[in-house]
Design a binder for this molecule. Structure first.
Ligand SMILES: *Cc1c(COP(=O)(O)O)cnc(C)c1O
Length: 395
């Protein structure tokens, strides 16, 4: 048995999405900008996909701009907020310390260009509050960008409340909803957002395609200059197979949302119950305010990388933190933002499951993780010192 429990990093392509995409490689391969009939068939598929994606988040199709993924959508949204602000002399941006690097690194770039960035601290439960945002807004605030669901710990932020605060104060609001779309209900009207990012490969669509929702009247700036594609806001020949696959995967996810949420939540509860029995372990992030599928644990005295390698050898694909930072020896910026000490932030395990997982797979994880943790602790000098009382237990 090999259990794939790293769905927050990426997912497999759904069969329906693959079937929907297939004709657009070798049969209907026209350029959507061409006037001939193969081109027009591609343009029609593009339009249908745009309507489907818009419908899934209660937007108008004119508010959907396809991108090359979640990172690009984040970049475009934040650079847009910065540009609109600068025209009014506003160069202050509010975000949080536990955003994805697509957000944090774009903000770093803006900082070098003279913007002032406020990164809100995250509470120990992995949730920021609307109150924190309200307190941080100033006269010169151009943009607030707060992620919907954190990719490492799975906590849900109060986006509708934060959006209401921003609207009341006349500040543009973007949310990175890459881990939310297709996993929990997302309604751009109810959420009071001006811009929202999503990525197909996080909900069983293809990689390298995403979308930015921008409310009517929000003038997007281009990240990719080129032709008049995407209403002139994103140059480059459209990735029709990818976009069609994204729409099919999203439609499937939204149709099965209630059933999948209930199913995955039950699996997750079993998983949390099983792993919580490991001594000196800790579930990171709020117990309730979380997406169905993502759990993140710390095991004291354990180093994240060795845990992952041994789990892989036992047939479990997991991750420590995000795909972008694992492989580096730095502790997770997300866990540090929660206020965890470095020693603990090094030893985290993220398991992200979804409706493709089975109960047998969860049982396999619950059996294997404690064995691997025991094995590693047995040969860990850090654990030895903890057990002999030379250093105090932190968990
Ligand atoms: C995966 C992810 C991204 C990046 O999306 P890509 O499609 O890989 O560029 C951005 N934000 C969050 C929260 C993510 O989980």
């Amino acid at each position: 048995m090999y259990v794939y429990a790293d769905n927050a990093a990426t997912t497999s392509l759904s069969k329906k999405a693959l079937e929907a995409m297939t004709p657009y490689f070798c049969e209907t391969y026209g350029n959507a900008s061409s006037l001939h009939s193969p081109g027009q068939r591609a343009a029609e598929a593009l339009q249908r996909a745009r309507e489907t994606v818009a419908g899934a988040i209660h937007a108008d199709f004119k508010e959907i701009y396809f991108t090359g993924g979640g990172s690009e959508a984040d970049n475009q949204a934040i650079l847009t907020g910065a540009a609109i602000g600068a025209r009014k002399g506003k160069k202050h941006i509010i975000s949080t310390a536990f955003e994805h690097h697509a957000v944090l690194h774009t903000l770093d770039k803006l900082k070098k260009q003279g913007y002032e960035i406020t990164l809100l601290d995250v509470h120990e439960n992995g949730v920021v509050t609307a109150r924190q945002v309200a307190d941080a807004i100033r006269e010169d605030t151009a943009l607030v960008t707060v992620m919907f669901v954190n990719n490492e710990i799975g906590t849900i932020q109060p986006i509708a409340e934060i959006g209401a605060v921003c609207r009341e104060r006349g500040v543009l609001f973007h949310t990175d909803a890459v881990q939310a779309v297709g996993h929990i209900p997302v309604d751009v009207e109810a959420l009071n957002v001006d811009m929202l990012s999503m990525a197909a490969h996080k909900f069983h669509g293809p990689k390298g395609v995403g979308a930015l929702y921008a409310r009517r009247g929000v003038p997007l700036v281009n990240v990719i200059e080129g032709g008049q594609q995407e209403r002139g806001k994103r140059g480059g020949t459209e990735n029709i197979p990818g976009i069609v696959g994204m729409a099919a995967a999203l439609e499937e996810a939204v149709t099965g949302l209630d059933r999948n949420m209930a199913y995955v939540t039950a699996l997750r509860e079993k998983l949390i119950g099983g792993l919580s029995k490991i001594p000196h372990s800790r579930l990171n992030g709020d117990r309730e305010k979380r997406v169905p599928g993502t759990v993140n644990f710390c095991f004291e005295g354990i180093e994240g990388e060795s845990l992952l390698l041994l789990l892989d050898a036992r047939g479990i694909a997991a991750s420590s933190g995000s795909a972008c930072t694992s492989g580096s020896l730095d502790p997770s910026h997300v866990l540090l933002a929660l206020g965890l000490p470095h020693e603990i932030a090094h030893g985290s395990l993220r398991l992200s499951i979804d409706a493709y997982n089975t109960e047998e797979e969860i049982d396999h994880i619950i059996r294997s993780v404690p064995e691997v943790v025991d094995y590693l602790r047995d040969m860990s000098p850090v654990w030895d010192a903890l057990e002999r009382g030379e250093t105090p237990h932190l968990i």
